[in-house]
Design a protein around this ligand. Structure first.
Ligand code: SAM
Length: 194
């Protein structure tokens, strides 16, 4: 069987602008990212860009028995790898910009993202955030990784402003220096409906 790291590195070399990282998310950053995942009830949780599943196992370990766990991944090789190695994960092979075609409004309690936002064209970025805001249930949370390599520059700053314009609350967590590259997470709640 192909290893997670081998599949990730191959995809990162093949499509650097889509994968957007040199290595899978570290466990310490993943642990910070999944804190919004509910541990009780029957929540629906959506992961955007699961890649080779570095965050997926931790999400699963928090979920109660009655939860539904979906993931949306645009890269075919990643989807194939997840299907073999994480058969418990319901993976949809499509772009996160098309969420509304498969997921109903207000259906999701937590959205967890590791998308490489600063590499995603601005128009698509806007569509994805709009879709996330639509599928989130009232009281739901959206959390995403922000790599430090991007946060200080134009695209990263524009992305942070976009989140501020789209959600009533955006919290920034502490930086995880032991991730490659170092990163923090944004936790967004209460979408602002235009
Ligand atoms: C930085 S990697 C993160 C992978 C994994 N979640 C991790 O944390 O190691 C970003 C992932 O997002 C996926 N991706 C990029 N753009 C996407 C989009 N528009 N819709 C869905 N997935 C996308 C890539 O194919 C890749 O698997």
């Amino acid at each position: 069987m192909k290893t997670d790291l081998g599949v990730f590195l191959k995809a990162a070399m093949r499509r650097p602008a889509v994968i957007g990282a040199f290595a899978p998310t570290s466990e310490i950053l993943a642990a910070q990212l999944v804190e919004v995942v509910p541990r009780r009830g029957a929540p629906t949780v959506l992961e955007l860009g699961p890649g080779t599943g570095a965050v997926s196992g931790l999400i699963r370990s928090r979920l109660p028995d009655d939860a539904r766990y979906l993931a949306v991944e645009v890269d075919r090789a990643m989807v194939d790898h997840l299907t073999v190695t994480r058969p418990w994960l319901e993976v949809l092979h499509m772009s996160a910009a098309e969420l509304g075609s498969r997921i109903g409004a207000g259906e999701v309690d937590a959205v967890v993202s590791a998308l490489p936002w600063t590499l995603i064209p601005e128009r698509t970025q806007g569509q994805i955030i709009e879709e996330v805001a639509k599928v989130l249930a009232p009281g739901g949370s959206f959390t995403t990784i922000a790599y430090l390599t991007g946060t200080s520059f134009g695209p990263g700053k524009r992305f942070r402003r976009r989140l501020g314009a789209s959600f009533d609350e955006v919290l920034t967590t502490r930086t995880v220096w032991r991730n490659l590259p170092p990163a923090r997470t944004y936790v967004c709640r209460r979408p602002i409906v235009p």
